[in-house]
Design a protein around this ligand. Structure first.
Ligand code: ADP
Ligand code: S3P
Length: 174
């Protein structure tokens, strides 16, 4: 496995961005948030890209942003919740680095996402019941892709604990 590129994958709210920043500090790697890369290159928010161009176009932009990262080494990439589920993105990540699935229970995801839905276009307008239903259904659909990750970590601990657990797993698989 090529451990100079770490790709964090998992559902919205699983902690890819928060844990990714912490992990990058531990490893002394650069942290890259794929959503932020896209917002900078498109000069639009993720929400505007969805509303103006639609999800399919977003996925293509996201894929190009992901492939662009392969020029870099010593990076921790927080992917978007759908990145690993589009076309061959997970296979590309698996051959170019180490993929880590942040595995979180639907209830945990709900509690983290409910207060900050607005920046995430796929859930922005959902009430509590719809949000819970969406998390359960979408997670079910995406789990087969997330399970293709090389490593899996329980995303239910503190941000520091999750980052440290990933660091240990990376060390053990060397
Ligand atoms: P993602 O990038 O996977 O969508 P974020 O890192 O943006 O997830 O986290 C979503 C929210 O959940 C944020 O408010 C963040 O502070 C919180 N959070 C993430 N991971 C944890 C954790 N392990 N424990 C507690 N809160 C967390
Ligand atoms: C998405 C997750 C988001 C962002 C976009 C679509 C998804 O990223 O890429 O809103 O399809 O699950 P986060 O997982 O960082 O919230």
């Amino acid at each position: 496995m090529n451990s100079t590129r770490i790709f964090l994958i998992g559902f919205m709210g699983s902690g890819k961005s928060s844990v990714g920043k912490e992990l990058a500090k531990l490893l002394k790697f650069k942290f890259i948030d794929l959503d932020e890369v896209i917002e900078k290159s498109e000069k639009k928010s993720i929400a505007s890209i969805f509303s103006e161009f639609g999800e399919q176009r977003f996925r293509k932009i996201e894929q190009a942003a992901l492939v662009n990262q392969l020029q870099n080494e010593k990076i921790v990439v927080a992917t978007g919740g759908g990145s690993a589920t589009f076309e061959n993105n997970i296979e590309v990540m698996n051959v170019s680095g180490v993929t880590v699935y942040l595995d979180a229970h639907p209830g945990t995801l709900f509690h983290r996402l409910a207060p900050e839905k607005s920046s995430r276009p796929l859930i922005a307008t959902k009430g509590d019941i719809d949000l819970m239903e969406y998390i359960i259904d979408k997670l079910d659909e995406r789990i087969p892709f997330y399970n293709k990750a090389q490593l899996k970590v329980d995303a239910g601990g503190s941000i520091r604990e999750v980052a440290r657990n990933i660091e240990i797993q990376l060390h053990n698989q060397k």
